[in-house]
Ligand binder design. Structure first.
Ligand code: SAH
Length: 224
């Protein structure tokens, strides 16, 4: 990647990114480290060139295979919730997609390793390339059905899902460390809510945050 592709020009410039961060602050995002990381992460490289000029709109954008790059507000909100009680050292992400949310998580202070699972191979491969081009090395990706989590790497201090199950799978919840938090949408295509589940010494606490709209968590793996 050339320096110009990385830093962006015109609608993909630093100034456009600054405006996005200002909007996120107006929407109530307060985590300063997170806002700084969004400010310095080029979102346009996670999109096809034809869509790059829309990268700093606060909207979800298509990445192919009927999937979307999550809306910046949602990426910020979920990350803030995941970090609300301190930084998780080991994080599991379900639904790598473009790799944008993965990048934000990997760059957050206190995060040591991100384990990211995606079921669509071509998306996963592109995301891997982007992470490499940004020199982000604390991410391990895996082609698999993320509903099962990643048992070999568990327990996780944080779990974040970018796709909505009807009900958050028990396998996933069980891979939380004590004190760990899971942030995920839950519901069907008519009604979904963002949910936070915290594992305590003697069980799980569940909190419903706000209505959201995510692509569904689907089963099975798609190979190229
Ligand atoms: N955070 C991503 C969001 C991508 S959309 C981004 O900002 O780009 C959600 C992603 O979840 C899609 O890529 C979809 O393929 C993936 N997904 C859906 N069901 C899944 C499952 N069971 N396991 C792993 N990934 C899944």
């Amino acid at each position: 990647m050339t320096p110009e592709q990385f830093s962006g020009i015109g609608m993909t410039s630093q100034r456009t990114r600054d405006r996005l961060v200002q909007r996120l602050q107006e929407q109530g995002i307060e985590n300063q480290a997170l806002l700084d990381i969004i400010r310095t992460t080029p979102r346009h490289i996670y999109l096809d060139e034809a869509l790059a000029h829309r990268a700093y709109e606060d909207s979800a954008l298509p990445i192919g295979f009927q999937q979307t790059l999550s809306q910046p507000y949602i990426v910020a909100r979920m990350t803030e919730l995941l970090f609300a009680a301190g930084a998780p050292a080991r994080v599991l992400e379900v639904g790598t997609g473009s790799g944008y949310q993965t990048t934000i998580l990997a760059r957050m202070p206190g995060v040591e390793q991100v384990f990211s699972v995606e079921r669509i191979q071509p998306l996963l491969e592109k995301a891997r390339d982007r992470l490499r081009s940004l020199r982000i090395y604390n991410v391990q990706c895996r082609l698999a059905d993320g509903a099962m989590g990643w048992a070999e790497k568990a327990p996780f201090d944080g779990i974040l899902s970018a796709a909505a199950p009807r009900e958050i799978p028990a396998e996933l919840i069980e891979q939380l460390a004590i004190g760990g938090r899971l942030v995920s949408p839950e519901g069907d295509d008519r009604e979904q809510h963002l949910v936070v589940i915290t594992r305590t010494d003697d069980g799980f606490e569940r909190q419903i945050i706000e209505p959201v709209r995510f692509v569904p968590l689907l089963s099975g793996v798609i190979r190229r």
